[in-house]
Design a protein around this ligand. Sequence first.
Ligand SMILES: *[C@@H]1O[C@H](CO)[C@@H](O)[C@H](O)[C@H]1NC(C)=O
Ligand SMILES: *[C@@H]1O[C@H](CO)[C@@H](O)[C@H](O)[C@H]1NC(C)=O
Ligand SMILES: *[C@@H]1O[C@H](CO)[C@@H](O)[C@H](O)[C@H]1NC(C)=O
Length: 388
Amino acid sequence: MTARLPSNRVIHIIVALLIVLLIYFNLPRFTSSRDVDRLLGDINNSTLGFQEIFVVGLPSRTDRRDGMFLQAALSNMRIEFVDGVNGKDIPDKAIPMTFERERMNDASLGSWRAHMNAIQEVVRRNLTSALILEDDVDWDVRIKHQLKDFALSTRAITQPRPGSKSYADSTFPTPPKESSTAVPDISFHFMPNTESPRLSPYGDNWDLLWIGHCGMHFPFEDNPLIPKGRVIHLEDETVAPKQNLWTFNVPFTLKDKYPEHTRAVHHVQEGVCTLGYAISQAGARKLLHEIGLKDVTDGFDILLRFFCEGVNGRKYHNCLTTQPALFHHHRAAGPVSASSDIGDHGGGFREKSSTDMVRWSVRLNADVLLEGRTDFVDQYPDKALNSP
Ligand SMILES: *[C@@H]1O[C@H](CO)[C@@H](O)[C@H](O)[C@H]1NC(C)=O
Ligand SMILES: *[C@@H]1O[C@H](CO)[C@@H](O)[C@H](O)[C@H]1NC(C)=O
Ligand SMILES: *[C@@H]1O[C@H](CO)[C@@H](O)[C@H](O)[C@H]1NC(C)=O
């Protein structure tokens, strides 16, 4: 017997299948809830949901490179170094100066240039986003979990409500023209429904995420440019007890007005220190324009503040932050003078290594992590209830 030709019926089915496949692959893709989970899940990847992680540091500080590569490895993170710059190697001509003034000190110039080189790299490689860290920082073993909570919080502030142009924070993106605007806190445990982002797990509407700092204010109520919304996360067990929190910014509203173990996410006001920040591609381009090519009159963190707040000849930009920060200074045991190549930290000897405000420090739990254990050392445990 010869093989039978396929019946009409089979041919119809095959044609119908082909048509369905053609339509499927040509339709514009809408973000389904599956995609949303994928994007949020990217925070678990080796670059924490950013496209790259850059660490800025002088090549001569090999001790810090050892430390950073170890911490990154222990956290399943991939980092790349961007060489720090000695300020004295920067010629006058390379420093934008549109009015007569003195050259800034070499330490601040070097820091500005090193950060600008990292930002320039983000623009040059057209990266969708990057996290930029300094080389003496440390973080919690639970960093990915913390960043997931942070992403949900930034979305609550900057992503529109589904199918609309309105936001849960009524002062976002531009506060109304009243002299002062207070808005109710958004509770982390009762988050508004928002549209899922398509580009970044942290939302599609940000220039800079200032998540490593040594001080922040909540936006001042009378500031005409900065949105006022706060996401308040009560009972965040990664937040150190109040007695271990500190800031350069007084009053310390987070500590004065909220309960123990509260985390807040909000827009940037008066940030201090640039221990860690993420930039989007749009943000990186704006930073080159506003901080790379305009007058370098102040330290890099002050220039970032101008950028975020829209002051001193800069436009306003969309910068978010969290208190307490997620990246903090690690202070290794040893001569105190080794703590900084920029400022003069005086003499003396530090007996014990520590990291500001981080409870389960990766650096200080290196032994535990290397042995695959999970009995992490908590640097800042809560006092027992019955202790004085
Ligand atoms: C990230 O990974 C951890 C552990 O593997 C898992 O528990 C968590 O759900 C993941 N988070 C996301 C957002 O996928
Ligand atoms: C991690 O996720 C981000 C955001 O989706 C993506 O841009 C980046 O390429 C991912 N990194 C890795 C190493 O997969
Ligand atoms: C940069 O990336 C965006 C999308 O991520 C793309 O649309 C654009 O064409 C790229 N630009 C260059 C110069 O490659």
